[in-house]
Design a binder for this molecule. Structure first.
Ligand code: MN
Ligand code: MN
Length: 277
């Protein structure tokens, strides 16, 4: 992951930091996440090879775009959409490091302009389908309601879910969301298949807090790190972009969770590399 250069070759995989947490309903902290994930990514406690045997340290066409430098006088969501659009318009692939989960809506706005048949696989403890939370329709509890009502994705599959409310169940039905609840296991991985491009939105609280304590909402009964890696490796479909959101350094212990985020980032880069080259 090299720092940005003036001329990035088309077809590159770019990592973009979106340190924005103003739509977090419970605790702030994810604004600090991108740099902490980078530190763990480069930590000498591990190495830069992915499990699939790709040496990310010598991979050409992998760039770190740094973090969005938010201007106070411009709507932050517009800045996110414009930054994402600039990367996609150059013919590059992108992985965004949040930030809270609200960033996925403005990011997907950019993807929807490029892909008219976008699939989304959303891994999360929460469906994030509230019409509004605490009077905020852009809360991190709402992005997938906004995405689906604007028809920015043709198919949304959610997995890891273990906090369904009556309202969100109605919303899922209304928008035709396919929900794989955690209580039903992850056998769905063998059957699920996507046609067309897949965007992976990975909220770190899809993992059990035992594996990823550095998140704002500790929801027991979640996935293991191994299960999430298996999903990244084995999903049937073409992954063209992703985000990793909701890492909260203030809640982490000894960088445990940022190491998980960095590991998942390495595996996602590898998967996008395999699927798009
Ligand atoms: Mn979420
Ligand atoms: Mn969540």
């Amino acid at each position: 992951m090299k720092p940005i250069k003036d001329n990035i070759q088309t077809g590159s995989i770019c990592v973009l930091g979106i340190g924005f947490d103003q739509n977090s309903s419970f605790q702030k902290g994810p604004a600090l996440a991108p740099n902490r994930i980078r530190e763990s990514y480069f930590s000498s406690s591990s190495n830069l090879w992915s499990e699939k045997g790709l040496d990310l340290g010598s991979l050409h066409l992998l760039y770190d775009l740094g973090n969005i430098d938010f201007k106070t006088d411009v709507d932050p969501f517009n800045q996110i959409t414009n930054s994402a659009k600039a990367v996609l318009d150059q013919g590059n692939h992108m992985i965004c490091l949040g930030g809270d989960h609200s960033i996925t809506f403005p990011v997907i706005k950019a993807y929807a302009q490029k892909y008219d048949c976008l699939n989304i696989l959303h891994l999360d403890a929460h469906p994030d389908l509230y019409d509004s939370l605490d009077g905020n329709i852009y809360s991190h509890a709402c992005p997938f309601a906004r995405i689906m009502e604007k028809k920015l994705a043709k198919r949304l599959v959610q997995a890891g879910i273990r906090t369904m409310t009556g309202h969100q169940r109605e919303q899922a039905e209304k928008f035709g969301v396919e929900v794989k609840e955690m209580k039903d296991g992850i056998d769905w991985l063998d059957e699920l298949e996507f046609e067309g491009p897949v965007y992976l939105s990975l909220d770190l609280d899809c993992l059990d807090p035992a594996f990823a304590p550095g998140v704002s909402h500790h929801e027991p009964g979640g996935m293991t790190t191994r299960q999430v890696i298996d999903i990244i490796h084995r999903l049937k479909g073409k992954i063209i972009g992703a985000d990793i959101v909701e890492y909260n350094p203030d809640r982490d212990f000894a960088s445990m969770t940022s190491m998980v985020a960095a590991k998942l980032l390495k595996e996602i880069i590898t998967r996008i590399h395999e699927d798009t080259i």
